[in-house]
Design a protein around this ligand. Structure first.
Ligand SMILES: NC(=O)c1ccc[n+]([C@@H]2O[C@H](COP(=O)([O-])OP(=O)(O)OC[C@H]3O[C@@H](n4cnc5c(N)ncnc54)[C@H](OP(=O)(O)O)[C@@H]3O)[C@@H](O)[C@H]2O)c1
Length: 258
């Protein structure tokens, strides 16, 4: 299927590994030029080489997106190198504390919001004027099933829930401008260098198989290629009616029906 996004420009935060990299590869396969950022130059270089094999232009910027003052420099760099951004994937996410209310400092709580919400919020504001001018744009914010229902730690769950809410609000305010804004809520997806690979390496086979039996109806962890396909579809011309949605991709893992 031709997704009709050839020659568009996409910026994917944290596109050097895991889910962001899968998104980058699936968009590059559609002829989309790609900008990726991350903290490891080595990972970025490897990914850029892979992306260039698809015949598109690919650019990297080394930064920590939770340092909000670097976001503008990153955005300006990509615009100067490849032109205005048509597709934004706010993919970077994680947590600065793995604890509950009593053990999480306010500083860690806020810094997890910088990572999961404010970095993406800043970028959404930066890309919107050009998207409005073109009457076309796609913004995809990567949340989590734990932003939709109880799970994980308090700072991760709260910031992902806020990201889903901000996505919905932005979607309604931009709906008449040809810009769609959606979030994706992945379940447990394994990839090289990711947290579920670490979980498998750091726990006994029994602990891992219990986790799978109790949480993953497919009997295995999710895989990033399916996520990349979803990002490419939500970026496509044909997905123009989908906005304000939070699309779950979890192999049946989450409990909520809505
Ligand atoms: N994998 C899952 O099971 C799962 C489930 C639910 C939700 N999610 C969400 O999906 C997104 C991607 O997950 P993932 O598993 O692919 O994550 P990951 O393994 O942590 O990889 C994230 C990517 O982001 C970059 N990155 C991380 N922190 C960064 C920072 N502060 N500044 C700039 N770049 C940064 C990483 O490169 P560097 O390390 O070199 O910076 C890498 O390219 C996240 O938002 C995550 O919360 C994932």
């Amino acid at each position: 299927m031709d997704l009709k996004i050839q020659n568009k420009n996409a910026l994917i935060t944290g596109g050097s590994r895991g889910l962001g990299k899968a998104a980058a590869i699936h968009l590059a396969n559609e002829g989309v030029n790609i900008g990726v950022c991350g903290r490891s130059e080595e990972d970025l270089n490897l990914t850029i080489n892979e992306l260039e094999n698809y015949g598109v232009k690919a650019f990297k910027f080394i930064c920590d997106v939770s340092e909000l003052e670097t976001i503008n420099s990153m955005y300006q760099y990509f615009v100067a190198e490849m032109g205005e951004i048509d597709i934004l994937v706010n993919n970077v996410g994680g947590t600065r504390s793995r604890e509950n209310l009593e053990k999480t400092s306010t500083q860690d709580f806020k810094s997890t919001f910088d990572l999961n919400l404010f970095s993406g919020f800043e970028l959404m504001k930066m890309v919107t004027p050009n998207m409005k001018k073109n009457q076309w744009g796609r913004i995809i914010n990567i949340a989590s099933i734990w932003g939709r229902e109880y799970g994980g730690n308090i700072s991760y769950m709260s910031s992902k829930a806020a990201l889903i809410a901000a996505t919905k609000h932005a979607a309604v305010s931009l709906a008449s401008q040809g810009i769609t804004v959606n979030s994706i809520a992945p379940g447990s997806i394994e990839h090289p260098g990711g947290s579920w690979e670490r979980f498998k390496n750091q726990n006994s086979e029994e602990v891992v198989s219990d986790f799978i039996a109790n949480n993953l109806p497919m009997g295995k962890f999710g895989w990033p290629e399916s996520f990349g396909t979803l990002v490419a579809y939500l970026s496509s011309e044909g997905a123009g009616l989908i906005t304000g949605s939070c699309v779950v991709i979890d192999g049946g893992q989450s409990i909520s029906m809505i």
